[in-house]
Design a protein around this ligand. Structure first.
Ligand SMILES: [Zn+2]
Length: 305
């Protein structure tokens, strides 16, 4: 990690701009105001902002940050790139305090930076899990404490519920912060192909929706049964335990309203882990494309200008 982390775009602002421009504009600069690709000049000069271009079609200046999530902060682009690399590569996540120390920025800036990056981790992929008859493990877990609840008197009522799905063939995962059984049933029905082989524990809420799928295998945890043939929820339980370790160690005080962001971060990292063929650089580039991809439309940008 150290050798890759020494790449120039993580330290040098000109290199950082060149790195992002090469990805956003593979065929040369595009004006975010009018969409023009011709009659664009790079601005030079001592007092000129880094990466500044001028479009002579609409006569407006722009940079590669404009209209992307990069626009949401004034932090240098090389800090963004280094933070993307660190966050996408760390196994358990990185706290805002640690980011602040690493880059010499305020904790508040680091907090905004990491939440913007988590926003870019949200993948709006709606492909159903278990297509072609693949196995999908579904389970729920309980973490932290809901806002406004009293100290625990046992049971799980005071905790936040997280639903997890793993497509065993692709290794992809999806995690949701949910309220209860009805919502869980709805999400499972929405995210799984009807050809899927559903794998759950014996919880009664899975029994009825189980009939909707090609097959439903339920392990009987109450009878200490964890594997029966290939019926098991061990993969999703393993993913939950990594998530919980991260939440305990790094994100101790996760407010309920931010839980979905941490879930998006974990889901991204889990779905692009090494076992699925991603290395640190590939994962960081995937995340960078998420930041660029969350572009505001030309109309919104123009309306604000
Ligand atoms: Zn223009």
């Amino acid at each position: 990690m150290a050798s890759v982390f020494s790449s120039k775009q993580f330290h040098d602002e000109d290199e950082a701009f060149a790195y992002v421009e090469a990805r956003l504009w593979p065929n040369g600069p595009v004006c975010p105001h009018c969409g023009g690709v011709e009659r664009i000049s790079k601005m030079h000069g001592q007092s000129t902002r880094k990466g500044l271009y001028k479009c002579y079609q609409c006569r407006k200046p722009f940079t590669v940050r404009m209209g992307t999530l990069f626009e949401s902060s004034k932090l240098p682009l090389h800090v963004w790139l280094a933070a993307i690399y660190l966050i996408s590569g760390s196994k358990k996540g990185i706290s805002s305090h640690q980011l602040a120390r690493t880059f010499g920025i305020t904790v508040k800036s680091a907090w905004f930076l990491s939440h913007r990056i988590r926003e870019a981790m949200r993948e709006d992929d709606l492909t159903p899990f278990g297509e072609g008859g693949g196995a999908v493990e579904v389970d729920e877990t309980y973490i932290g404490r809901k806002a406004g609840t009293a100290l625990p008197k046992g049971g799980w009522g005071h905790k936040m519920t997280v639903l997890g799905l793993i497509d065993r063939s692709t290794g992809k995962s999806r995690f949701f912060h949910v309220d209860g059984g009805k919502e869980i049933q709805g999400i499972v029905l929405e995210n799984l192909s009807r050809e899927a082989r559903l794998m759950t524990d014996e919880h009664v809420m899975y029994r009825r929706i189980g009939r909707e799928f090609a097959e439903h295998g339920a392990v009987r945890h109450y009878n200490k049964e964890y594997v029966r043939g290939d019926v098991t929820t061990n993969t999703i339980e393993g993913a939950f335990s990594i998530f919980k370790r991260g939440m305990r160690g790094v994100y101790q005080h996760c407010a309920e309203k931010h839980l979905h962001r941490y879930l998006a971060e974990f889901e991204f990292r889990y779905s692009h882990r090494e076992a699925t063929g991603s290395d640190d650089t590939a994962r960081a580039d995937k995340l960078l494309s998420g930041i660029i991809g969350k572009r505001l439309t030309y109309e919104t940008t123009a309306a604000r200008a």
